[in-house]
Design a binder for this molecule. Structure first.
Ligand code: NAP
Length: 311
């Protein structure tokens, strides 16, 4: 099957389920499922890492990572068909991370806390779900900003799926406090209610807009999608809150968002989300291959940068 898919991938990098013959396959097949999926950097990152590993261990020369465009309605069918076709591991991206929880045979306890899975590993009965986004965020913040999620008060912007994963990671790592800012009160309240049992004695509160009551010297994490589009404004005016210790924007394309430009103007240390993407990917590969994430992350970062730079 890999050979069939390989010939297809040269002309059409985005595969659909109809491209999937249910014959036995000659190698280890991995894939990312999303809708849309054409923009995903994961195939470039993973195939570069696998090519690097194959230089030292021949086993990895038979590993390939594909991408499939799968609509949300088709996800249960896709998971069953990819399992039947012998796929060993899957990544899930928007809009599948939460939907998939109901369709895995087993779930890692950390992923259960988040209520979302981004990595599936084959089992005899089906798929075991994991979530590597939290690891990706924590590792990226440490690497790019020199901060531990436990070391500073956290201001988290957003109340969607990415914010939920980030909030759970911050609480599990015992952050000093967590303040969530989200423009829509109902979404904010839903997230706060979800997090309350995890918070214990960690101060947790929510605001619908930024004000001077926000903690000083905080790590500010943007988990909103404000900044993805060319005309977007920053999700928060940095001038109205006490100076943060650093700003981490989960957005990586474009590499410079209005929020990051504002942080640069105030001389606040800042970083974009490419490092998070890379570290969550390297952790997924570790779950499938056993190769430590730290070993493959540098190759993945170089591949992601090259893919972003190519027209
Ligand atoms: P989502 O579930 O759709 O949530 C979007 C959030 O953004 C909501 O809280 C929404 O607020 C807020 N928002 C949207 N437009 C806004 C605006 N103009 N001003 C203020 N807030 C706004 O999306 P998601 O899956 O959580 O993803 C959020 C971002 O994280 C995306 O940019 C995504 O690319 C990024 N991300 C990056 C990584 C990585 O590896 N680097 C991983 C995951 C996600 P309301 O509740 O008010 O609508």
């Amino acid at each position: 099957m890999i050979e069939n898919l390989n010939s297809k991938i040269e002309t059409s990098p985005v595969l659909i389920l109809a491209d999937l013959p249910l014959s036995s396959h000659a190698g280890t097949a991995l894939a990312v499922l999303g809708h849309p999926i054409g923009h995903s950097l994961s195939p470039a990152m993973h195939n570069a890492a696998l090519a690097g590993l194959a230089g030292h261990d021949r086993e990895f020369s038979a590993w390939r990572y594909f991408r499939f465009d799968v609509s949300p309605a088709d996800l249960p069918n896709a998971l069953a068909r990819l399992h039947a076709a012998g796929f060993f591991g899957l990544n899930l991206t928007v809009p599948h991370k939460i939907i998939a929880v109901a369709h895995v045979a087993e779930i890692d306890p950390d992923a259960r806390h988040v209520g979302a899975v981004n990595t599936l590993r084959r089992t005899t009965l089906g798929w075991r779900g994991y979530n590597t986004d939290g690891y990706g965020l924590a590792t990226a913040v440490r690497e790019t900003l020199g901060l531990d999620l436990a070391s500073a008060p956290i201001i988290l912007l957003g109340a969607g799926g990415a914010a939920r994963g980030a909030a759970v990671e911050c609480l599990q790592r015992r952050c000093a406090s967590l303040t969530i800012v989200n423009r829509t009160r109902a979404h904010l309240d839903t997230l706060l209610a979800f997090l309350a049992p995890l918070a214990g004695n960690i101060p947790l509160r929510g605001l619908t807009s930024a004000d001077s009551s926000l903690p000083a010297k905080a790590l500010l994490i943007n988990a909103t999608s404000a900044g993805l589009r060319a005309n977007d404004l920053a999700p928060i005016d940095l001038a109205v809150l006490p100076r943060p210790a650093a700003v981490y924007d989960m957005i990586y394309n474009p590499p410079q968002t209005p929020l990051l430009r504002a942080a640069a103007a105030l001389d606040v240390p800042h970083a974009n989300g490419l490092s998070m993407l890379v570290h969550q990917g390297a952790k997924s590969l570790e779950i499938w291959s056993g190769v430590p994430a730290a070993q493959t992350a540098p190759v993945m970062l170089a591949a992601a940068r090259a893919a972003l730079a190519s027209p």
